[in-house]
Design a protein around this ligand. Structure first.
Ligand code: GLU
Length: 265
């Protein structure tokens, strides 16, 4: 059993992360497994070293020990590039000049998740893959099914949810969806344990993993999110729940862990 804790260094560690960490390390203990610490700094504009250092330090302070070296997505450009070649050779990747604002203007809003579906406008334009354009992978119609260990059987059709999937943005960043799928595949992650905000991403990650040649999918467990109020999920910028701030206010690691445990749901 191999799972991962995968924070984006775009803010400090907060109680939502601690809840996720309790789930991840708890499952690893349960199944006699290991935990990789993967810094998901694929978005070079938003990621900051200061956050990364602080996240790693706060995790150690809380007693969450990962196995092996810390993995950073910024060091893995060649892996993402190499993995995509297989899809480029099969003509499943195309260049796209649409901006987010254009897509939101023209897209079909999905009522449930509020997600905007890309209408595959550039699919047949023959725009070469290069810098300054987005790169998209074709999502053919079809349902992906998986069993969630908390929520039960799920089915999602990525072509209906999001349309052709952006794997590299116009700034040259690999996207979350792509980087996480390649990493979970290459690192042979057997268990993906994350918040329910990412449930709708799982079908497209399974689709992408299949296209990349992954034979056996990981197990999935999407746990409840920590809510500040009924509708608002915690964000890393919320100072009132930052582990840093709780430490400064004199909380012990035990007290932070106890508080997080009461929020696990
Ligand atoms: N990096 C993602 C985040 O910070 C989590 C990725 C995942 O668990 O799939 O929300």
């Amino acid at each position: 059993m191999l799972t991962r804790f995968a924070p984006a260094p775009t803010g400090y560690l907060h109680l939502g992360h601690v809840v996720n960490a309790l789930h991840v390390w708890g499952a690893a203990r349960e199944r006699d497994g290991r935990v990789i610490l993967r810094i998901e700094d694929h978005d070079r504009q938003r990621s900051r070293l200061e956050y990364e250092t602080s996240i790693i330090e706060d995790l150690a302070w809380l007693g969450f020990k990962h196995d092996g070296e810390v993995i950073r997505q910024r060091d893995r450009h060649h892996i993402y590039h190499g993995a995509l070649q297989r899809l480029i050779d099969r003509e499943l990747v195309y260049g796209c000049t649409c901006t987010r604002a254009e897509i939101q203007g023209a897209g079909i809003g999905d009522q449930g998740s509020g997600e905007t579906r890309y209408l595959n406008t550039c699919r047949d334009k023959g725009i070469p893959l290069g810098d300054g354009v987005g790169w998209r992978v074709i999502m053919a119609p079809g349902v992906e099914r998986f069993f969630d260990e908390i929520l039960g059987p799920q089915e999602q059709d990525p072509s209906e949810q999001c349309g052709d999937l952006l794997v590299r943005d116009r700034m040259g960043n690999w996207t979350y969806q792509y980087a996480v799928t390649v990493d979970d595949h290459v690192q042979r992650i057997t268990d993906v344990i994350r918040g329910q905000d990412l449930l709708s991403s799982t079908g497209r990650q399974i689709r992408l993993a299949k296209l990349l040649g992954r034979q056996e999918m990981p197990r999935f467990r999407h746990h409840a999110l920590v809510m500040k109020s009924a509708a608002q999920k915690l964000s890393k910028s919320d100072h009132d729940t930052g582990v840093r701030d709780l430490r400064t206010a004199g909380w012990t690691a035990e007290k932070v862990l106890e508080k997080a445990a009461t929020l696990m749901g």
